[in-house]
Each structure stands twice: as structure tokens, then as C-alpha cells.
Design a protein around this ligand. Structure first.
Ligand SMILES: Nc1ncnc2c1ncn2[C@@H]1O[C@H](COP(=O)(O)OP(=O)(O)OP(=O)(O)O)[C@@H](O)[C@H]1O
Ligand SMILES: [Mg+2]
Length: 252
């Protein structure tokens, strides 16, 4: 399968009072229609990788290719849900959700309202983001990313602020949509179960500068249901990933 996204030899240092080498020669790829998850310690550089792919940070060195074309520093190629939800406070929920469609010139408010309802946000279409809870804001930002037309999605801990039941429901919802149109997804989570449930492949990162310490191809067939979490193989992989993260693979 062709690669949707290639990240080649990415290095980045944040200069400040103390300069911080966050990425040092990191490479990864996402095939067309593949669901790939990054899991790794807090502060290892995951969101920085996303910011570079999204064109928000120019990397010190290395290259980003989307559909084979060099995309360093270019925005608008991807549907990006950043870790901080980035909702515009002066727009209503519904107007936030259709923002990217607006920029792309075709707004479907009916679809937007259906998704908001599906996410338990019916009745909040006209609310301002600062009147919502963190989890509600996260769901609004997630819907905005779903409604973006780009076929590469970067989702940075989209379900981090949700209660367990809502989180499981949103996972199934994401999988259902993903099965329907198989966009390419690069996903970040701290939940090992979430990574195993959703992904085709999991990349386990070291502490910064982030290296890929293990790549796991998830063997479960699709469509998936939550009962795979009871599978022996699921438990084995969960232990393996937990062990790798616990061992830390610290670079210092
Ligand atoms: N704009 C910035 N300026 C300076 N340092 C930064 C900046 N953004 C991130 N860093 C530093 O880079 C390192 C990696 O940050 P990053 O946000 O990529 O981590 P992360 O893996 O996403 O962590 P988490 O799991 O907690 O979200 C951290 O040490 C952070 O302090
Ligand atoms: Mg992060």
C-alpha cells in the first residue's frame, strides 16, 4: 500500500533558557487507510511530532511527505485535532464545528447537528465553548476534525478528558466512521487498551528525544468489539506494552 504520510529523520530542539532536544532522527509512516497510534511517556515529543506534521512548527531537520509530496511547514493538508482543543471562544458550538468546512467552502449544518447529537451535545449548538465542560469541548473539537475533508487525520489524545463510558462510546463511534471511509489516522493516547482496540499498528516511543522502541502490529480482525479486551492475546499485548513503558527506555 502507498504511504499517506512519511516522516523522515525528524530532529528538533526547542531553544530557550535550556535548549531541549525533543526529536533526534525519528522516522515513521502511515499507509493509506491505516490507523497508527503513538504511545509514550509524557513529554517524549508526541505533540511536537504532530505540530511539525501539521506545519505549525518548522523542524530543525528532516522531512514530511504527504501523498509523496514534501509538506514541511505547509498547513491545510490534514485534519488535525490538537491536544488543546483550540475552539474559538467567540463562536457557538455549531459554528466551531463547521469552521473547517467553511474555510473549504462547503458547510453541511445538518450533518454537523447530527454529529453533535450523536456526541450527546444536542441543545448545546448555540452555546459558547467557555460554558462547556472539558470533556464536552473535547467532543466538539473531535467532531470538527471528523467534518474536515482531508483524508489524513491527526488526533492528539481526543478522548483524554472523558469518563470511561463516554470514552468507550466515542471509541466505537470513531471506529464506525473509520470503517466507513478508511481515512489514514495517526493517533496519540496514554491508554494501552485504547491503542490496542483502535489501531492497526502501535509505535511505542522512548522518553525524549523520542525513539521508536517497539512497533506492534495489532492482530485483531475488524470490525472490532469491546469483547476483544477479554482475549488472551489482548492481555498478552497489554502486558508487553505496559512492560516496555514501565522500563522507561529513558535516554538520560
Ligand atoms: N513550544 C515549546 N517551546 C519549548 N519547549 C517545548 C515546546 N513545546 C514542547 N516543548 C517541550 O518539548 C517536550 C515534548 O513536548 P510534547 O508536548 O511534544 O510532549 P508529549 O509527548 O506530547 O507529552 P504529553 O504526553 O504530556 O502530551 C517537553 O519537554 C516540552 O516541555
Ligand atoms: Mg502531548
Amino acid at each position: 500500500m502507498a504511504d499517506k504520510l512519511q516522516v523522515v529523520n525528524l530532529s528538533h530542539t526547542f531553544e530557550g533558557e535550556s535548549s531541549e532536544n525533543v526529536l533526534d532522527g525519528l522516522s515513521l509512516n502511515v499507509a493509506d487507510g491505516e490507523f497508527v497510534t503513538l504511545i509514550g511517556p509524557s513529554g517524549s515529543g508526541k505533540s511536537t511530532i504532530f505540530n511539525i506534521i501539521g506545519g505549525l512548527i518548522e523542524p530543525e531537520s528532516g522531512d514530511i511527505y504527504i501523498d509523496g509530496k514534501r509538506a514541511n511547514g505547509t498547513r491545510g493538508n490534514i485534519s488535525y485535532l490538537p491536544q488543546q482543543d483550540s475552539l474559538l471562544p467567540w463562536r457557538t458550538v455549531e459554528d466551531n464545528v463547521v469552521l473547517v468546512q467553511e474555510i473549504n467552502g462547503s458547510v453541511d449544518r445538518g450533518a454537523a447537528r447530527k454529529l453533535l447529537e450523536r456526541a450527546g451535545l444536542a441543545g448545546y449548538e448555540s452555546a459558547r465553548p467557555d460554558t462547556l465542560s472539558g470533556g464536552m469541548r473535547q467532543r466538539v473539537a473531535f467532531i470538527r476534525a471528523l467534518l474536515s475533508p482531508q483524508d489524513l487525520m491527526l488526533l492528539d489524545e481526543p478522548f483524554g478528558a472523558l469518563d470511561e463510558l463516554t470514552r468507550l462510546d466515542m471509541q466505537d463511534w470513531l471506529l464506525g466512521m473509520w470503517e466507513a471511509d478508511r481515512r489514514s489516522v495517526l493517533f496519540i493516547t496514554h491508554s494501552i487498551e485504547e491503542a490496542l482496540y483502535l489501531s492497526d499498528r502501535i509505535l511505542i516511543l522512548s522518553d525524549k528525544p523520542a525513539r521508536i522502541i517497539r512497533e506492534i502490529t495489532v492482530p485483531f480482525k475488524r470490525p472490532r468489539q469491546h469483547d476483544i479486551t477479554l482475549d488472551d492475546e489482548f492481555a498478552r499485548l497489554k502486558r508487553e506494552i505496559y512492560g516496555l513503558l514501565k522500563a522507561g527506555f529513558r535516554n538520560d
